[in-house]
Design a protein around this ligand. Sequence first.
Ligand code: ADP
Ligand code: MG
Length: 629
Amino acid sequence: MSEKGTISINAQNIMPVIKKWLYSDKDIFLREIVSNGCDAIAKYKLLALKGEAPARDDYRVDVIVDKAAGTLKITDNGIGMTEDEVVKYICQVAFSGAEEFLKQYKSDEGENGGIIGHFGLGFYSAFMVSSRVEIDSLSWREGAQSVHWSSEDGMSYELSASDKADVGTCITLHLNDDEKEFLEKYTVRSVLDKYCAFMPVPIFLSEVKAPEDKKDESAGGDAEDKPEAQSEEKPEQINDVNPLWLKRPADCTDEEYRAFYHKVFHDYEEPLFWIHLNAEYPFNLKGILYFPKIKNEFSASEGQVKLYSNQVFVADNIKEIIPEFLLLLKGVVDCPDLPLNVSRSFLQNDGYVKKLSAYITRKVADRLVTEFNTKREDYQKYWDDIHPFVKYGCIRDEKFYDRVKDALLFKTVDGEYLTLKEYGDRNYKDDKKIIFYTSDPKRQAQMVKLYRDQDTDVVVLDTLIDNNFISFMEYGGKEGMTFKRVDASMEGLTETGESDEDTRKALEEKFRKALKQPDLTVRLEKFRTGELPAMITVEEQSRRFSEMAKQWGNGMAMPEQRALVLNAAHPLIEYLKTADTDSDMTEMVCNQVLDLAEMSRQTLDPERMVAFLSRSNKLLTILCDAEKK
Ligand code: ADP
Ligand code: MG
């Protein structure tokens, strides 16, 4: 007996929407059909658990590629459907059987028993790639008749009896001519790997070998006596039904975490460490976030956070759920309660999603702080690798900053790691909260040494993110400190006291003339160290502006506020005080003093370097001549 019908609920309106929705990710039809199979098995298990259906242990979903027939078959041995159920669940688009079932069979723990579907649209995605879809199903109910359903467009269908003999459902997709790629086993495999790698029921992939295929394969060989005309190879399980993130953190070993990381992210490097999210309240949320080792520069590193819903892959890097800065991490997050089939704009405006995102941020921050508090030595070891994440996170999210600020470290030139508070306790003076830093410990070694000689700690801030981080700390961090690069001023390096303005003026004139720099600013100070005749300072803010202008290449000339600071007590400066303004020697000494000062903060440009070397040789010769006499 055969029956015809047309799907109720305006399918004509819905089909185009589904088609459009699926256009970008056509391959999700496989996810939908396979997850329906998993759902059907989850439902069966629930019934068995309640003693309503006989218990079994052979649950599985099979995906069978049949190139010759042009079909993909997806079979499951779940609850199956009666004819009434097919009409009700399959034929009423947007009427999700899953929701109705759940209402009836809510398990005692209030969990949803691992059922994936929510929206009743999944099945129809099959029509994206199929010219005909068939269902053969036998319900678990006693005395049920098997049913065959067939449709070409998802709108009108035919019902008849089926010869299916075992409980469960088989979906047959007759693929469109232009979707033949899904008849390639490796394509199907990669789609399954993407979406189904962690689904909760064993999923097997196999291929029907057509007789012609066999001949092709053995064409050059000796195997004329192949067995039966058509056979299936041994199905291969493609998924892991117990993904690590579902285990209790206490039961997971480091080896397991590492193996999982390598397997899922194909990254040969070891992760630095990881955070196992495992919460039921206030959010049902499980997952593992790994801090990967950064290879090159911060900007080049790309993370990947895979979002799952009940072990079904949904998408990578969903910004609405995973805070942007955490996308630099690699990991998996499973949120069973998310309304995932809805649009992005909905996610953006959803209060639940916002809270979830904030919750993930908080968990990551808390974990960092715990790591710092309980394993500071380890934490310090990977601080060099993780600090860009942490700093970026602080800049992006003040709440994150508030949580991690006590675990923020500053690495000193001596390789110590200090918290803000530790730096302050050791170095803040006269109510001045200044953090001295170097952006290049090698080039700025001389300036660094001056501070180190005064027992002032100098921290290294030498990555791309540090410039932004410094600004954030000064303006957004609200701790009231300022950062000064070691060459920004002579703060703390000079004796306080009267300076002799007339002498300063005279020296300034001499230098201006000798260096042919009429705008040069010269300061005269008494250095705490006797060794150096002069230093160059570049006022912090003006240097930052000029660097920024350079970085953005907008050609805006931002003059740096430079000064040549002379050491009033140094013999060379003493000499210059009385030296003849117009003599060659004065000119050479002035230039030499300036170049040496410049070299202690940056390398000279080539022309200047050549001049410096030749002048140095000249001065040495003069010295030797004088010695001879
Ligand atoms: P959803 O999974 O969101 O409920 P679908 O369109 O994917 O929506 O499926 C609609 C309904 O059809 C399911 O809820 C279920 O009742 C029924 N169904 C689909 N596939 C199967 C299957 N393999 N076995 C049993 N029932 C199924
Ligand atoms: Mg579904």
